[in-house]
Design a binder for this molecule. Structure first.
Ligand SMILES: NC(=O)c1ccc[n+]([C@@H]2O[C@H](COP(=O)([O-])OP(=O)(O)OC[C@H]3O[C@@H](n4cnc5c(N)ncnc54)[C@H](O)[C@@H]3O)[C@@H](O)[C@H]2O)c1
Ligand SMILES: [Fe+2]
Length: 387
């Protein structure tokens, strides 16, 4: 028997329309006096962080905005935010935005209480002390970062994406308000939606999966099957947006306590080399990597095909597996996920990067959780198949 399983999730989760408005009162009740709001330039322009600052003011909390988080957030974002946090004498962080803002907020919250360069904390369970209280308000559906003890921050000196997993990175509270996602344009809905699906699938087939994470992962996949295409087709459909937001949070809870596998292992190097959004680099790999992985856990993949509504009870395992791969390809087409070629990546550029990407993928540790563990050569072939 494997050893005991540890599950970490935020101690307070508020979901549904209006959850956003609960953050400031909750902060006040928890004793926060001076908050740093972390967000990105687009959302600042839309006025969302300022809305939160106003609500904080109404509950007697002072708030300042650090609004310069970049996509694929960096150590520089963390340093800038931390400088403002200290200058203002803040005692808590509220991150509002997509995975980038939330991940930057996590970095700031732990660097406020820990010494040493951020790069020392890369890897698993390496952060000595808890950070300051951190609330997460996601605006994409999504990375699930609001539920996870994970952050991905780029080390700008070495140009590598540092993955950190530590319970000290877990938000204290998550306010999950699907109405914030109604403004997502179609390409963003598609990218982050397939990222969510990948979290559910990988958490379920992972070698680290367990009874509790299975329940979360299957709920995630079920919701994506029912709501992703509708949310993409009808951006203002509240039911579909709500379903995808819940799927994103459930997917985050699932993968952070099980693990991601080969798709994420291969997508990080691909995104780093070719500067692709996280969700997009997962989406282009998902069908080919699933096809490769089927022999490692055919019954589990068959369950996923049925959850997605792409196979019925009458379909046996081999047929359900085939329908799953077929369905993933069709889903990418339906929500207009571009191919690597459409993204302007040439075959020469891809071939030239294969060796480094395969090494980086294996070094991340994620492929080792996959139901079928690939060699470096097999990883290279999979990149080419996804082209
Ligand atoms: N920590 C984790 O557990 C975890 C999991 C998966 C991914 N990630 C990380 O998350 C990051 C990606 O996050 P993301 O995909 O949410 O995108 P993002 O945060 O990078 O945002 C992408 C763009 O969408 C805009 N945007 C955000 N919400 C919007 C809305 N409601 N309407 C319109 N535009 C909106 C942003 O302003 C930004 O320009 C990557 O850095 C990835 O590594 C983290
Ligand atoms: Fe992801």
């Amino acid at each position: 028997m494997a050893g005991p399983v540890r599950i970490n999730i935020p101690s307070t989760i508020v979901t549904g329309a209006g959850a956003f408005d609960e953050a400031a009162p909750h902060a006040a009740r928890s004793g926060m006096k001076h908050v740093l709001v972390v967000s990105d330039p687009y959302l600042v322009e839309q006025g969302l962080p300022d809305r939160l600052v106003d609500q904080c003011g109404q509950t007697g909390i002072e708030a300042r905005v650090y609004g310069d988080v970049t996509p694929d957030p960096t150590d520089v974002n963390v340093e800038e935010g931390l400088a403002l946090f200290r200058e203002e004498g803040c005692d808590g962080v509220i991150a509002v935005g997509g995975g980038s803002s939330i991940d930057a907020g996590k970095g700031i919250a732990v660097m406020a209480t820990n010494d040493g360069p951020l790069s020392e904390f890369a890897g698993y369970h390496r952060i000595p002390r808890p950070g300051v209280p951190l609330y997460a308000i996601p605006t994409t559906a999504g990375t699930g970062s609001e539920m996870t003890r994970v952050t991905v921050l780029t080390d700008t000196e070495r140009n590598v994406k540092m993955m950190m997993l530590d319970a000290h990175l877990l938000p204290t509270a998550a306010f999950v308000d699907y109405t914030l996602t109604l403004s997502m344009p179609r390409p963003l809905t598609a990218n982050v939606g397939v990222d969510t699906l990948t979290h559910g699938i990988e958490a379920y087939v992972s070698r680290k999966s367990g009874t509790m994470t299975d329940a979360l992962a299957l709920s995630c996949v079920d919701l994506v099957g029912r709501h992703l295409v509708r949310a993409w087709m009808h951006p203002d459909d509240h039911g579909a947006r709500k379903g995808m937001m819940e799927a994103a949070s459930l997917g985050g809870m699932a993968f952070a306590n099980s693990s991601v596998c080969l798709v994420h292992g291969m997508s990080r190097p691909l995104g780093a080399v070719f500067h692709l959004p996280h969700g997009l680099s997962n989406s282009v790999l998902l069908p080919a990597v699933t096809q490769f992985s089927l022999p490692g856990a055919p019954d589990r993949y068959a369950v996923l095909a049925r959850k997605l509504g792409w196979a019925g009870e009458e379909d046996d395992t081999p047929r359900a597996c085939a329908l799953l791969v077929d369905g993933l390809r069709k889903l990418n087409e339906t929500v207009e996920i571009p191919t690597l070629r459409d993204c302007g990546i040439s075959m020469e550029a891809l071939t030239g990067a294969l060796d480094k990407m395969a090494v980086d993928a294996l070094e991340s540790g994620s492929p080792q959780n996959n139901p079928r563990v690939p060699t470096a050569e097999e990883i290279k072939t999979l990149y080419l198949e996804a082209y």
